[in-house]
Design a binder for this molecule. Sequence first.
Ligand code: 13P
Ligand code: SF4
Length: 325
Amino acid sequence: MLAVRPTEQVAADPGLPERIDRLRRERNAVILAHNYQLPEIQDVADFVGDSLGLSQEAARTDADVIVFCGVHFMAETAAILSPNRTVLLPDLAAGCSLADTINADQLRAWKAQHPGAVVVSYVNTSAEVKAESDYCCTSSNAIAVVNSIPADREILFCPDMFLGAHVERMTGRPMHIWMGECHVHAGIDPAHLDAARRRHPDAELLIHPECGCTTSTLYRSSSGDLPGATTVVTSTEGMVRRAVDSPASTFIVATEVGILHRMEKLAPTKRFLPATPGAICPFMKMITLPKVAAALETLSPRVTVAPGIAARARRAIDRMLAVPV
Ligand code: 13P
Ligand code: SF4
């Protein structure tokens, strides 16, 4: 299912995990990995989690070096939160199609059309976009962040339209929503879920709010159109937690397929089925063990954020971290 199976990289160079471990100690480094990373990367990481958990971990680490196994905006967030540490992204080309849907000029133009509006930007944005925002949010806390904003304030929410629609629905708060999408999640549509449900009618549905199927599935679930199926819409870490805690034994998982490795590791007796086996983020899969080892050896490629941008972006991130979830 995945482009590269764990054994392939390790089989090609069986000493790699050990070499990474030695370098990690020599460099006093911590390896942070997102839930979509390749299995072998998750297995060497010190911490695996969602965007919120990874930012919190980056903020609290006392390591000198952070090797960020994820995509560029995540490494930038780590660099903003830990300005005195060396933040490495093993492949600088690991971007994000969703983050690319809005830039700072576009956001400034949008703000000019809505003077006084509060800007809430999803963490999947560049540091420059965060610097133009009042609040950052992740899929774990977007609802709480929007609920924390006084009811009379106009809100601009960017850049994910499916997450925005979900937050609007859950908070009852109308917002102006940027029409961006992640090409991986937009491709997970209601037809995929329906087909998976027909094959496994008792399975619980775990859905990431970036998915194109989120709103219609929740609507159908609340109107009784999906009998027997529990539907949970949450962040990648919320999905992993639910997989462990739920009484269900079979799950249809609507997000990037890298998360199945973590679920299978933490709940080995349960069955996890991807809603769309082709939901593979090519950017997340750019991080490989040889690139992690090379990054630790050369202390590059490094991700830095200009101090002026970082200070303004940090305000938006700190406001988010201060909202109780
Ligand atoms: P999470 O914060 O839920 O891990 O999502 C990040 C992401 O990029 C989803 O595509
Ligand atoms: Fe970006 Fe989508 Fe990949 Fe997440 S899955 S990092 S939103 S391109």
